[in-house]
Design a protein around this ligand. Structure first.
Ligand code: SF4
Ligand code: SF4
Ligand code: FES
Length: 539
């Protein structure tokens, strides 16, 4: 029997004189990148199949008579590749000139300008000149492809990334190529719209400004945006994102590469989730802080310290008069781990016995990214928040007078529970709410403390798979808003507990000081990539 030949997992080749050893399934673009050498590309995308149609990745390979495209050439042992030889450089210059023949060169009014691969490759790999003297082929500059995407036919370089995305990632197949030659154009099939749940990703991967997101189009120049690496708060996936911020406002959310969580994608709902923070009525306007007496219609602002005093004193009094069991809490999957841990510690300090976690589910898990659990941190709440009751049990106990004080963190039991919940919670001695927006529960509260909204606070959250990740702030806190852990730990301190932490890192370490999978962790260990704690052992 013939002896089986085992292929080595890695191969060694030479690129621009550098010896590189890489996995044998890599192409030349990926191998060169490992050696710190850029081979330009338009149609190649590491998450999509290879199309090999833009030709900008031409390189010279020894023993081959013509330039080859690097994206569809696999590495081979002993291969000698030249990316800067005269032949390779001239080949790429020709491709650049060809790609720009019909391009409108309207960078000054193009949203992609500043992050456009065509612009950047033209600068680095083109000649800066065109010999074309005829009339360019013109196209429609504003084709409405779907609810979020507009297509500019003149800017399209026919790379097919968008088509492959809809075929290979979402499997929705809305897009195709129509016509031939320099009149070829992408578009939706008859009767179809580009309306899959991830349509915004086509704009991210379009190497030019041909596909733009309606909600961001013409709103900001990208070079003004400061990109903060954070996570999406839209569902339990916790996709890694960049918040594009300018003048204390989020203008867009873009995917951040994460092999473990969301690869290169985010859903449209998450992409546009910043809008809900901009339209909601905030609890604290720029002048006012915590509100007291909102239930009685006698709302008056308090200084934060006075509010913490008042809250701690009232809670202490209820606990003394009626016992700890008369105090309940509603924690939230929208809250960070530090906030959930602070509420749990306050409950332990008061001897409170019931904590509920409302469920926010909508739709179904879609098998790609979207989760039906629309909170970012329910798993964290179950791990650290002391959850031991259902929301309806707490409402029923309040209606019977068994509960006299309720602390509500980033939830709206009255808005969601209707009249019955409103009537039950209206009888409490103290309804204390911590929220960023004005809700029916805030309106019914005896004391409402403003807390930071998404984008305004540091925090950690655990996604549904048990991955611990960090949220980062790029916005200033609104008015007197704080991360909720601050007022909660201040109340703990006023009730005789440990002093409140003064920084996010201290608050994180305090959450990690109790036995459990977080035990002994610190924020640098989590980093921007997150930490898989799904199988972490209890110490
Ligand atoms: S619209 Fe963009 S992604 Fe789609 S083929 Fe044209 S250039 Fe490529
Ligand atoms: S899948 Fe979930 S976490 Fe990811 S972008 Fe969408 S809403 Fe956000
Ligand atoms: S990147 Fe190789 S042909 Fe387009």
């Amino acid at each position: 029997m013939a002896e089986e030949t085992q292929q080595p997992a890695e191969v060694t080749l030479t690129i621009d004189g550098e010896t590189v050893t890489v996995p044998r399934e890599m192409n030349l673009i990926q191998a060169a990148a490992k050696a710190g050498i850029e081979i330009p590309s338009f149609c190649f995308h590491h998450r999509l199949s290879v199309a090999g149609n833009c030709r900008i990745c031409l390189v010279e390979i020894e023993k081959m008579p013509k330039n080859q495209i690097a994206c569809s050439t696999r590495v081979a042992p002993g291969m000698v590749v030249k990316t800067r030889s005269e032949k390779a450089v001239k080949g790429r210059q020709g491709v650049m000139e060809f790609l720009l023949i019909n391009h409108p060169l309207d960078c000054p009014i193009c949203d992609k300008a500043g992050e456009c691969i065509l612009q950047s490759h033209s600068f680095h790999y083109g000649t800066g000149q065109s010999r074309f003297e005829g009339e360019k082929v013109h196209g429609d500059k504003q084709v409405d492809l779907g609810p979020h995407i507009v297509f500019d036919a003149e800017r399209c370089i026919k790379c097919t990334r968008c088509i492959r995305f809809c075929d290979e990632v979402t499997h929705t197949h809305e897009l195709g190529f129509f016509n031939r030659g320099d009149h070829s154009i992408i578009g939706t099939f008859p009767g179809r719209r580009l309306d899959n749940a991830y349509s915004g990703c086509t704009s991210d991967i379009c190497p030019v400004g041909a596909l733009t997101v309606k909600e961001f189009r013409f709103k900001q120049r990208v070079w003004f945006l400061k990109n903060t690496a954070s996570i999406c708060s839209g569902c339990a996936r916790g996709c890694n994102v960049y918040l594009g911020i300018h003048q204390n406002r989020i203008w867009r959310i873009m995917p951040r590469e994460s092999e473990a969580v969301n690869k290169s994608w985010i859903c449209d709902e998450g992409r546009l989730s910043y809008e809900r923070y901009q339209i909601a009525e905030r609890l604290a306007d720029a002048r006012s802080g915590p509100m007291v007496g909102t239930a009685a219609g006698t709302a008056r602002p308090l200084m934060p310290r006075a509010a913490w005093e008042e809250a701690a004193a009232t809670l202490g009094e209820v606990a003394r008069k009626h016992g700890g069991a008369s105090i309940a809490a509603i924690t939230s999957g929208h809250a960070t781990l530090e906030e959930q841990a602070a509420l749990a510690e306050l409950m332990r300090t008061l001897g409170g016995t019931r904590t509920a976690l409302p469920v926010h589910e909508r739709g179904e898990d879609d098998g790609l990214l979207i989760r039906k659990d629309k909170t970012m941190n329910s798993r964290g709440a179950l791990l650290i928040g002391g959850v031991n009751a259902r929301l309806d049990e707490i409402v029923a106990a309040a209606a019977k007078g068994e509960i006299r004080a309720l602390i509500v963190l980033r939830e709206d039991p009255i808005g969601e529970g209707g009249e019955e919940a409103g009537a039950a919670l209206g009888t409490l001695d103290l309804l204390l709410t911590l929220d960023w927006r004005v809700t029916p529960t805030v309106r019914a509260s005896d004391l409402a403390l403003p807390v930071c909204a998404y984008g305004e606070l540091d925090g950690s959250a655990m996604n549904f798979e048990g991955r611990l990740q960090l949220l980062r702030p790029g916005l200033l806190p609104h008015g007197e808003s704080d991360p909720a852990w601050r007022p909660l730990y201040e109340m703990v301190a006023r009730l005789g507990g440990e002093p409140a932490p003064q920084s996010f890192r201290d608050a994180f370490r305090r959450s990690a000081s109790r036995p459990g999978p977080l035990f002994g962790l610190d924020t640098p260990a989590v980093g921007t990539a997150g930490l898989d704690l799904a199988n972490a052992k209890e110490p």
